[in-house]
Design a protein around this ligand. Structure first.
Ligand SMILES: *[C@@H]1O[C@H](CO)[C@@H](O)[C@H](O)[C@H]1NC(C)=O
Ligand SMILES: *[C@@H]1O[C@H](CO)[C@@H](O)[C@H](O)[C@H]1NC(C)=O
Ligand SMILES: *[C@@H]1O[C@H](CO)[C@@H](O)[C@H](O)[C@H]1NC(C)=O
Length: 302
């Protein structure tokens, strides 16, 4: 891949710039101007109150989005349709968690954490449930029958990990999904395949995680995971002594912002507009501040 060496160099440069700015200028966000600087929610002193407030704001935006839908999604009667619809939704029946498995959103660390907790035999979350407790490990929600799915959706702690769709695309491109010679042809490929045939990496979150069907309790944003997750653990009654995996999303976020601008400029205006349209649901359901795609959203498609 011709592009890769350039990309690695770019990533190294961005990291170096960030470090220099941090060391010399003492600025947490690096050399970025103030409007790009991290918000209060990013600082390590994120309090529980702030965390809960941010959660309320994210869920409020999501509810507003859902209420604008002409037709709210419902759970299909047929188990094949349910399997197709819910293929990314997983549950830990031992710990009573439901989460959406989308690559490159930071949920991998969370999944790892659940696996570790499930291995602890005497670890249970004490919560009265309206059905017999299952002792299978993490599995797909759609493996269960409709009654069970509804009960799980009603009683489990439900967590959604979200990330700017354009950054998800870049991540997929860097991992060599498809073998496109350039980012622009990679994007064209995604656009040509369309929503329905989109791969897991490029499909909009809204049609993978169904946030208007599943009322997620927590919406976790890539870039803020480490601090947010420690509050989440406390809130959900998981043991306080567990070791959080290393989340590098805060650092990665700045590199990606830089990369986004580079790669975005390689796209034609038509592609940019089509991409914004492709991800319009995600962009209105979630607040991705600084997403390059949001700016084009109001422009009518040509
Ligand atoms: C869990 O079990 C292990 C041994 O199986 C024991 O050492 C540990 O104290 C137990 N933890 C709790 C919280 O009961
Ligand atoms: C759904 O599954 C549960 C647990 O396996 C079972 O007890 C229940 O009878 C099933 N319900 C239906 C309607 O099949
Ligand atoms: C999805 O892909 C299949 C096979 O490549 C194609 O026949 C079908 O028309 C595509 N569906 C849509 C909605 O584009």
């Amino acid at each position: 891949m011709r592009f890769l060496p350039r990309l690695l160099l770019a990533a190294a440069l961005a990291t170096a710039v960030l470090l220099v700015c941090r060391l010399l200028l003492g600025r947490r966000g690096g050399c970025f101007p103030d409007d790009l600087a991290p918000r209060a929610e990013e600082f390590p002193s994120l309090t529980l109150d702030t965390f809960l407030h941010v959660q309320q704001l994210r869920k409020k935006r999501l509810r507003a989005f859902c209420s604008r839908l002409a037709k709210a999604p419902t759970l299909p009667e047929s188990s094949e349709e349910r399997a197709r619809m819910l293929s990314s939704v997983r549950v830990s029946t031992k710990l009573d968690f439901l989460y959406c498995q989308v690559p490159a959103t930071g949920m991998e660390g969370w999944q790892w954490l659940l696996e570790k907790l499930e291995e602890k035999e005497n670890m249970t979350v004490l919560m009265p449930l309206p059905y017999p407790r299952q002792h299978a490990l993490q599995t797909q929600l759609s493996k269960f029958n409709q009654t069970m799915i509804e009960a799980m959706m009603g009683s489990y702690t439900k967590i959604l990990f979200v990330r700017d769709p354009f950054q998800r695309l870049i991540s997929a491109y860097m991992q060599g999904m498809g073998s496109s010679p350039s980012f622009s042809s990679f994007v064209q490929d995604v656009l040509d395949r369309g929503q329905y045939n989109a791969s897991l990496e490029s499909k909009p979150l809204v049609s993978l995680c169904w946030p208007c069907l599943i009322q997620y309790d927590y919406v976790m944003m890539f870039g803020f995971l480490r601090q947010e997750l420690s509050h989440l653990l406390h809130r959900t009654g998981l043991p306080k002594d567990i070791h959080l995996p290393e989340f590098t999303d805060t650092q990665v976020r700045w590199t990606y912002m830089w990369l986004s601008e580079q790669l975005f400029s390689e796209l034609s205006l038509k592609q940019k507009k089509q991409l914004s349209h492709f991800y319009r649901w995600d962009l209105s359901a979630f607040q991705f501040s600084n997403s390059l795609l949001s700016d084009l959203l109001s422009t009518p498609e040509t």
